[in-house]
Structure formats: C-alpha cells, structure tokens
Design a protein around this ligand. Structure first.
Ligand SMILES: Cc1cc2nc3c(=O)[nH]c(=O)nc-3n(C[C@H](O)[C@H](O)[C@H](O)COP(=O)(O)OP(=O)(O)OC[C@H]3O[C@@H](n4cnc5c(N)ncnc54)[C@H](O)[C@@H]3O)c2cc1C
Length: 387
C-alpha cells in the first residue's frame, strides 16, 4: 500500500492536519492511521474545550486568534452534504485570576495580547466583583477577562474535521502504527501492528500522549510524556450568574456545562504515565474546597461524574513541538506536546503542517520558535503565568 502522506493518529490534531492537507488540492493521496474510531482513550473527547487568547507567547496568541476565526465558521466550513458540523461554540469569555506578585506577569501578558489585537480587559478585585457577584475576590490582585473567548464541544470539532477530511478523499485506516521505518535520509514506510506496511513520501506524527513512543521507533527523541489529569462534572445551585471559563494560579479551572459545571485542578507534579483510574477522594480533598473558595455558592454542589484524560506534556517547556525533525529525517514531521491547548490550536496547527509539507515552510504564521530545533538546542520557550 502506498500514500503520499500518512498521518499517525486521527483525533483532533491528526484530523485537522488531514483536512488542511486535503483541501489544498496538491497533497495527493492522504491516509490517517487511527486504531480507535471510537476515540475512547484519546484526550480530545475528554477535554474541556476552552479556547483563549490569554497567553504570553505571540505564537500561542496568534494561533488562538486564527483558530477562533476558524471555529466561528466551523459549522458551515465543515458541513458535509449540507449537514452543518455543530460544535456548540459559546463565546462566554475566559477569565484569569492572579494574586500578589503574579499580577505583574498578567499585566505584561495583557500588553502583548492587546498589542496583537486581542480584546482583553484588566479588572481589579472591585471591578471583578461588580461583573461577577458570585466570585470571591478578596485574594485576587488582578484579573484578565477576554470576552471573545469561550469553549466548544471537542468531540463535535473532531468529528467535523474527520467527516470533512473523509469527504475530501482522506482514507482513515483502523490500524495501529508499530514502527516508522527509514532509509538513510528519509522515512520510507510505516509498519502496522497488524503486520502490513504503508509506504509514504511524508509522515506526520500526531498521536498525542502516544507520540514519543512512536517517534522513538525512528530514532527521534521527543520530550513528550503522558500526564494524567482528572476532570469532573458537577451540578450547581440556582442563582449563579453566567460565568466565563475561569482559571487561577492554583490550577483550578471551571466552566458552565448544561445545568452545571465542568472543572478540575491540574496537578503538574503527577509522575508521567497513562493512568485512567479515578481517585474518588480527589474531588472532595482538593477540588471542592478550591471551588467553594472561589464561588462560595458551590459549597452545596453535587458531584456527577469524574473522568481522566492525558495531556501530552512537553518536559522541555510545556509548549507544542511542530514541524520536521531538524537534524534527522527531513520527511518526518511532528505536531505534539499540546498539554491543555490542543483543541484551541488544532485549526492553526493543521494549516501550519499543511504549509510545511506542501510549501516547505510556514506561510500564514511563523511558528519557527515552536519547532523541533529548540529540542535539539535544549532551549526552552515557555509560557509565563498561567499555563
Ligand atoms: C482533562 C483535559 C482537559 C483539557 N482541556 C482543554 C481545553 O480546555 N482546551 C484545549 O485546547 N485543550 C484541552 N485539553 C487538551 C486537548 O484535549 C489535547 O491537547 C488534544 O485533544 C490533543 O489532540 P491529539 O489529536 O494530539 O491527541 P489525542 O486526542 O490524544 O489523540 C491521539 C490519537 O492517537 C491515536 N494513537 C495512539 N497510538 C497510536 C498508534 N500507535 N498508531 C496510530 N494512532 C495512535 C489514539 O488512538 C488517539 O486517537 C484538555 C485535555 C484534558 C485531558
């Protein structure tokens, strides 16, 4: 079997890449190799779906802006046979809260964001309380609110990309990649766990937290590991005003969902590895006290469901790695290490990989600072403030 381009992993990143390659018209035959069409263990359907421009690095801000524009028109752009691709995009805002010394970082980031055209308001505790009366603000030094941001349904977005890519001729093969096999200078084929092989002129690894083990079969070192984190759905008492997606420096994140909320506390210190086992005490011990601290009315919430998913954590600097294998096989590309940003950056990443593969360089956005070169050089390029 032979395809011009093979994408390894077919969740939101792989499917966005496949769509952007296919819509260009120059890519030839494209295959996405995805062992699990139900996406049971993938990070994508387990995500919160937040989209924000609240970053410190210009590349991350610009990618979010490109993705926001894309997601606004998603239902129509991704429609297949007249059926719209619904993602339930709610622009209800994104709110970062900081206390004490961190206010200076929030303010510096605000300068970068607004210089790039993002609409972001800085609020002191009093202004924050006026805007969102149910929040506790006595420990907040400064807040940043970006009203144009929000959240969407990650599974809907994945299915939208996937259906559209297939309608444009992309083949989805329900296979698992066992190894990437190379000649002297370039990748020649991917070996499948079922025994066969697929030859390709270019291969893109987009397998989330599984990417490092796949890259290693070609001799490529990716500093990306699975980081398990829990997320919860809880019902809330009536009377809380519509809130934006809220994040604070203590790792708390929450947003409205239906009649309740989705939220959790990310623990960046967890050891690397896949772990789908739910710790039923974590919510009561760690999450609930912080929720009730931030929104006192949540003292009486009712926990519904808890689940785990995996960030692909880049141990060098926490940011994505995008592009060809600098210093290695020139036709092996990666789009990996998204931590909690893969949904919001998927459209921009898909477009960027299509440009790299088809044009040989970034065209719309220069993402060179996020390329593999910094891994080779050991130079971190990290976010400042809330990750
Ligand atoms: C709890 C939680 C909350 C999050 N909240 C947000 C948020 O608010 N906003 C945001 O932008 N992001 C968020 N994220 C992050 C986001 O979910 C990820 O960055 C994104 O889904 C990554 O997509 P992906 O396609 O790279 O990986 P995944 O969705 O993990 O998909 C990887 C795919 O690779 C496949 N695969 C594995 N091994 C192989 C193999 N050997 N061969 C071929 N295929 C293989 C898997 O089957 C899987 O389908 C959150 C994540 C979690 C866990």
């Amino acid at each position: 079997m032979r395809y011009d381009i093979v994408v390894v992993g077919g969740a939101i990143i792989g499917s966005s890449i496949a769509y952007h390659l296919a819509r260009d018209g120059r890519a030839g035959a494209i295959a996405v190799i995805e062992p699990d069409p139900t996406y049971e263990w993938a990070a994508t359907p387990r995500a919160t779906g937040g989209v924000r421009q609240l970053f410190s690095l210009p590349e991350n801000i610009r990618m979010s802006q490109a993705s926001l524009a894309f997601y606004l028109d998603f239902a129509t752009t991704m429609a297949v046979d007249g059926a719209p691709a619904e993602i339930d995009f709610r622009r209800q805002g994104y709110l970062f809260l900081t206390g004490g010394d961190d206010a200076a970082v929030l303010e510096a980031n605000w300068r970068t964001q607004t210089a790039l055209g993002a609409r972001v308001e800085l609020l002191d505790a009093a202004a924050l309380k006026r805007r969102f009366p149910s929040l506790r603000v006595d420990d907040v030094a400064l807040a940043a609110l970006s009203p144009d941001d929000g959240w969407l349904d990650p599974y809907g977005a994945l299915m939208g990309f996937r259906r559209k890519a297939r309608s444009l001729g992309v083949a989805y093969l329900a296979e698992r990649v066992a190894a990437i096999e190379a000649g002297r200078r370039s990748v020649e084929r991917v070996r499948l766990a079922s025994g066969g092989a697929i030859e390709a002129s270019a291969v893109v690894i987009a397998a989330g937290a599984w990417s490092a083990e796949i890259a290693a079969t070609a001799g490529m070192r990716l500093p990306v590991e699975p980081m398990s984190r829990m997320q919860h759905y809880f019902d809330v008492p009536a009377g809380i005003e519509p809130l934006p997606l809220i994040r604070d420096l203590a790792g708390l994140g929450m947003r409205p969902e239906g009649k309740g909320f989705i939220g959790g506390v990310a623990d960046w210190s967890v050891p690397a590895g896949f772990d789908f086992e739910v710790d039923h005490g974590y919510f009561e011990r760690t999450v609930w006290p912080r929720l009730a601290h931030r929104v006192p009315a949540l003292e009486t919430l009712k926990l519904g469901r808890t689940w785990r998913g995996h960030y692909a954590r880049n141990t060098l600097d926490g940011n994505m790695i995008i592009g060809p294998w600098t210093g290695g096989l020139a036709n092996l590309y990666v789009a990996v290490g998204f931590s909690g940003h893969g949904i919001m950056h998927a459209p921009a990443v898909g477009r960027a990989i299509a440009e790299l593969v088809l044009d040989g360089g970034f065209r719309s956005l220069d993402l060179a600072p996020l390329s593999y070169r910094r891994v080779v050089e050991g130079k971190a390029y990290a976010e400042k403030g809330i990750k």
